[in-house]
Write a protein of this length. Sequence first.
Length: 370
Amino acid sequence: MTQPLSLHAMAPARVLRGAGAWNGAIGDIADLVRRPLWLGRTTVSGPLGTGLAADLVAAGLVLTPERLEFDCCDRDLERIVSRAREAGCDGVIAVGGGKVLDAGKLLADRLDLACITLPTSAATCAGWTALANVYSPEGAFSYDVPLRRCPELLVFDHQLVAQAPPRTLASGIADAMAKWYEASVSSGASTDGLIQQAVQMARVLRDQLLLDAEAAIAAPGEAAWVRVVEACGLTAGVIGGLGGARCRTVAAHAVHNGLTQLPACHGQLHGEKVGFGILVQLRLEEVLGGSQLAAQARRQLVPFFAQLGLPLTLADLGLGDASLSALQSICDFACREGSDLHHLPFAVRPTELLAALVSTTAGITCDAPV
């Protein structure tokens, strides 16, 4: 059987990880760029960004600082592309959370410049991937963009990541766990060896997070914490790069995208909405697909997510008093043509998705605090 051609933007060219990785990376950064765009939000304008920028200036780099006014959105991107060209930037250094990292990667792609990512939390694997999500200025998901390549350098400094609030790690755990629940569905019955291996990596990733998550959040910097932050920030990206589009998003991320259409959800982190989306996807598989495995998985995840303080219901997301029309808008967006939700092996109508949204904890008693 002839294997069809497949192009993978699999991984950053170099990854420097560990405590103090930033200091170890300054020479590598100076080898890649001399006049970089220095991109962030509060991490660029605050004390952390000021200190990091001073390190680069001391190494002889000339920085052009730019702060995102919104999430990764076209209005910001167009403005910053013009600014980078005027300043003669020869690379992009993005420092911050997932939306900043996505914006940095997309800017580097559009400008054909080297990209360096410096995550300041383990809330997503955006520092790794050749993919960017674009939002409206109001924070609603618009579309995603496959990029030509992963970053030239990813600096994953444990000391920087440890400064992030515990909530970001819980969010990252949910986002990383979605790799298994979505990839195992989106891959179908693929006979492609890389896809099969990526799916099994996603299963191992899920199991490790189930074992280590509670200890990781309780003891930042300890061994379990290191395993978990690297699972969320690095391994999750490996799975997407190895498996490609067949190992990425299904209903969990489609639900996230729908939720972002409502301003009431904008205070929730990406992984918090994705984690809720996992429960919705499992409910769909259980009710529409007749899957007892999905029912069992939902019974396992609800108390686990509750222990981590992740949202389990619409009320937890701030939508307890949402109107029917508002909830319907989530479902209409998630079910629109081309949505990743349609990677499920059965059809889902907006009314059926709405039923799943309001029944994520149906039949489950959970005493853990949320």
